[in-house]
Every structure is written in C-alpha cells, then in structure tokens.
Design a protein around this ligand. Sequence first.
Ligand code: PXP
Length: 243
Amino acid sequence: MTRLLINIDHVATLRNARQGAHPDPTLAARECELAGADGIVFHLREDRRHITDRDVEQLKQGVQGKLDFELSMAPGIISICERIQPHLATLVPERREEITTECGLNVLSQEDDTRRAVDRLHAADISQVAIFMDPNPEQIVAARRVGADAVELHTGEFANARTPDAMHAQLKRLAEAASIARAEGLVVHAGHGLDYDNYPLFREHVPHVSEVSIGFAVIARSLFTGLRAAVADMRRLVQPIRE
Ligand code: PXP
C-alpha cells in the first residue's frame, strides 16, 4: 500500500497573503492527519515565501505521523533540518524566481556536494534521506552512489502532459525509473502535480511507489469541500478501500 503525505505549503502561502496567523499550517496538518494522511510535507525555502522557521518548530511538535522536510542543499537550511530531525529529509533543487520546484536535483553534476549533504543529514540521525529527481536512470544510479535511501520521482511532466500519448510516454519513463530505483535498493516516492484525475492512471502504471507527496490539488479542493473531505477523497484513491 502507498502512504499518502500531504504538502501544506499552500496553507502558509494563504496565511502570508495577509501576514497574519490564519490559516495555521500546523492546524491544517492535524486536520490532514485526522482525515487519514500518513504524514505531512513542508518545504522550508531559502526565501521563506511560505513556511517559516516558526512553522517548522510547530510542525515538529504537532505532526504525529511521518514528517518530510523538503530542503535545498544550502548549508543554513541543512542546519535547521539537522536540528529538527524529521523522519524524512528530501533534497530538492531551488531557484528563487521559480513558482514551484521545476525539475529534479541534478546529482550527476554535483555528486560531491550531494554526498556531503546526504552524509550530514544521516549524521544528524535522520534515518531516511530522499532526492527529488527526474525519472532519469543515470540520475537514479547516482542517487544510490551518494548514499540516498530513497528517490522521489518528479511526476510533473506526466501531470502536465496534454495528450494520451504524451501521458503514456511519461508513465513509461516513470515506471522504468521506479523499477531501476527498486533494483538499486532505493525506496520509491513520487510527487508533483498529482491530482484526483491523474492519480488513478499513475497508480495503475507505476509500480513500487511506497509514498506520494501531494499538495496543491488537495489544498485547492479543500476550498470547496473542507480539508478533511479533500484529504479523505485522496486517501480513497491512494489506498483503495475494497468494497
Ligand atoms: N514533491 C516536491 C519535491 C515538491 O516540490 C512539491 C511541490 O511543493 C510536491 C511534491 C507537491 O506537488 P503538488 O503541490 O503539485 O502536489
């Protein structure tokens, strides 16, 4: 069965629009867990555009399930992650001007830096370190070489594909990448752009995925349904209930 982790960054984006205290990302995280999420994801960006240092402290205290700290390799951010000791640290590339994470981390072009970051996180007793990456076999093998425990496969190109052929081409890439990762001994996570419409197709075609990280689709739906219902709807898709 695949675990469902909900990314609550967009709750912080809304809160910050009025520079106040509501809606509170930690309260949102609790609602997600009550609705059946296995854990919570947040990304502490270098520019703090959504999640803040205070949120990180509160999420560490408030989240009962698995806590996934997404981070760049900036030394100051790694230091915060070392102190927080989440269950999972996911390394992502970060560009200040981007609207959201645009691509996977290029491990091949910065193997030494990535190995140092993975080593630092392991040394801080963070038991699972993942790298967010495009479904590219060479990158996956490099993730293993630098000591990662897991890869989070970037599903954005699949989510953005506009024709059935393009979608299936991306599903094939993701399925091959998942099999290679598994053969390399890596745990397979996935995320970015997964939603209520595309997830069933993803689930049908991509094997070995132990965890998905989903944010935008759930938070956007929650405006109409409430957060618990939005998470519960996704929960039913991610872990189908046999009638
Ligand atoms: N995984 C990573 C590494 C991400 O950067 C994001 C976006 O914050 C997600 C998963 C979730 O993507 P979405 O919000 O599109 O569901």
